[in-house]
Design a protein around this ligand. Structure first.
Ligand SMILES: Cc1cc2nc3c(=O)[nH]c(=O)nc-3n(C[C@H](O)[C@H](O)[C@H](O)COP(=O)(O)O)c2cc1C
Length: 338
């Protein structure tokens, strides 16, 4: 099945979700190498972008094999969103612009952005119209929304139809309400209502942890693709699993090869000290559940050079292969809070 957004056709049906502080270029590159159809940058504040482009543009840099760069913007002012849209297209070469209409964080809601836009459809529509105008309709604009505000207000189908009329090229529906934040049942039936309400591609999101979950959501909702967020943390293999329709686990060798590549990409992107610091959470996710990982995860938290990080990984891989590690319940301990 091929997913098409504006002039862009994608192989496969699984997309990497935008995740603040996680989906920077190195992680997007890793996911693209594992069969993800496209990946979305973490959300970038339109106000900050317009005020001080240099710093925010770092978040919109293209990953090495990113044919289609999808940049997510958030904001509540249609004129500022339009300026930001033109800027990322011109300076970063963004291929698709996505608008965040799902974020439930209080600070963002307070400013009228994120999921607050689901309660203000006139403004939501003005934002996408202004953005499309600012890029002369040359770059598709998409929207990521939730099912609605709460159980009494499931407005995604209505909003999707309205935004399709305004020119939006695809919608993604995180099938939870604002009240559910990030937990509780993801409602595929709402994605189905959106699918029935519009003709543009609909991407379903929420709670996908396996190829089986992806299949279930696609069958239950009729969506054109699924978007995976937390299920990809420490697990870029989920994209090839969904593509092949088969769940499986990478070998120890494969797992460590990907971890090293991810770390090296990070060093090239951000320098050694930042890479060591920002990779800590990824390392915890990659290693969680492996026998003896609790001790190694704790040690990795204090390391700040490539040599030290790669040395610790080499040592751990060697002891896993030799079978000399002792498993403990803590190996399954909580991964870093997001
Ligand atoms: C830590 C974290 C950061 C997130 N950042 C963003 C973001 O920048 N933009 C956005 O639209 N959604 C963001 N989300 C929501 C996810 O994209 C996704 O909709 C949500 O996690 C549900 O999908 P999942 O169950 O596959 O994780 C974030 C979620 C988490 C947990």
């Amino acid at each position: 099945m091929t997913l098409t957004i504006g002039p862009h056709a994608f192989e496969g049906t699984a997309v990497l979700a935008p995740l603040a502080s996680v989906t920077s270029a190195p992680f997007r590159q890793i996911c693209l190498e594992h069969g993800c159809s496209f990946a979305v940058t973490e959300m970038v504040a339109s106000e900050a972008l317009v005020r001080d482009a240099r710093k925010s543009l770092r978040r919109t840099e293209r990953a090495a094999s990113e044919r289609v760069l999808v940049v997510q913007l958030f904001g509540a002012d249609p004129r500022v969103m339009a300026q930001a849209a033109a800027l990322v297209v011109e300076r970063s070469g963004a291929s698709i612009l996505d608008v965040n209409m799902g974020c439930p964080v209080r600070k963002i809601l307070g400013g009228g952005a994120g999921v607050a836009l689901m309660r203000d459809p006139e403004r939501a529509e003005a934002i996408v119209r202004e953005m499309i105008r600012a890029v002369d309709g040359r770059v598709p604009v998409t929207v990521k929304m939730r099912a609605g505000w709460d159980d009494e207000s499931i407005t995604a189908p209505e909003l999707a139809r309205r935004l399709e009329g305004a020119g939006v090229a695809a919608v993604c529906v995180h099938a939870r309400t604002k009240e559910q934040v990030h937990s509780g049942r993801s409602r595929s039936e709402v994605i189905r209502l959106v699918r029935e309400a519009v003709r543009i591609p609909v991407i379903g999101n929420g709670g996908i942890r396996s190829a089986g979950d992806a299949r279930e959501m696609m069958e239950a909702s009729g969506c054109d693709a699924v978007m995976v967020g937390r299920g990809a943390l420490g697990n870029p293999w989920i994209f090839s699993s969904i593509r092949d329709g088969l769940d499986g686990h990478p070998s120890v060798e494969e797992r460590f090869a990907v971890i090293r590549r991810h770390f090296e990409l990070y060093v090239a992107h951000s320098g050694e000290a930042t890479a060591a610091r920002e990779m800590r959470k990824h390392l915890c996710w990659y290693l969680r559940g492996l026998p003896g990982s609790a001790m190694v995860r704790a040690r990795l938290q204090g390391l700040s050079t490539s040599e030290a990080v790669l040395g610790a990984l080499d040592g751990f891989e060697a002891s896993l292969r030799a079978g000399t590690v002792v498993a403990s319940a803590a190996d399954f301990g909580a991964a870093p809070e997001l």
